[in-house]
Write a protein that binds this ligand. Sequence first.
Ligand code: PMV
Length: 329
Amino acid sequence: MARVAAAQSTVCANIALCKYWGKADTVNNLPAVPSLSITLDGLVTNTRIVLDDALEQDQARLSGETVTGKPLLRISTMLDRFRQRTGSNVYAVVESENSFPTAAGLASSASGFAALATAANEAFGASLNQGELSAWARRASASAARSLFGGYVELLAGSESASQVAEAAHFPLRLLVVVTRRGAKDTGSTEAMERTRLTSPYYGPWVEHAPKLFEQGKRAVHERDLAALGAAMEQSTLLMHASMFGAVPPVIYFEPATLSVIARVRELRASGIPAYFTMDAGPHVKVLLEPGSEAVVHQALLDVPGVVEVRACGLGPGPRTQTIPLAET
Ligand code: PMV
């Protein structure tokens, strides 16, 4: 073994309030619609990278499991860019742990690729700035561009990198992640959104309407208006899933418990508690609310039949990255 550098990064996942779904450019992975997200302190990826000039190829482990095939290729593709940028020909061992289920529609690719980019930047000494790191993370997974920043974050249509819209402290909402099924999902977001773009008659209307919801959501963040933000978020979620329903074959992430949770959120709201739902490319529901109503909503959601777990999240910071002394590797 001949270790030459090591670094680690801790990165929070993010959940979109106004969704990205569909690519304007599949080669460069540029989004077709603008998105607005919150970075979450309760969903965290820790990634450690060790550069070792005795290696003949990159190696990766995710939560102790060896990564092979396409997922390994996505990791190596990003590391190749760092090698090209720095003139290095050294391969790496990457070890990554998520504090939450992987590939289940809980934004593991967002925090995962943002953590890989920031840790590799440190280990290779590439000195990319935050905007460049966001652009590099975006090439692997567009939502990963947003995890380079804390608080409220936007990624504009066709844009290379994300940027912060507001600090977490500006509007310190809470998000409850309601897990409705154990295990990984059947169809990944990349495949599902391409199928939607290519086959769904509802894809065009989605792309046309999404920017209006994004503007509504962003204004609501600036004005600290949860009702307006929640309305934009719910419509963004349902329009995105409607576009998936129209795909051939259809993309359906809903489970029976998904609908039960949404119904419960609507009942809570009818009873005067401001709580709003969103979903991503998976069956889980995320519920946005004020800190004051968290305890009662948390219990109400745990009581819904089929709910496996409820995770409480606050708004989180951007990446925390550091070099690791070689003696400790
Ligand atoms: O970046 P990807 O390929 O993981 O796609 C993310 C898509 C959604 O989670 C459904 C929406 C979003 O904006 O994060």
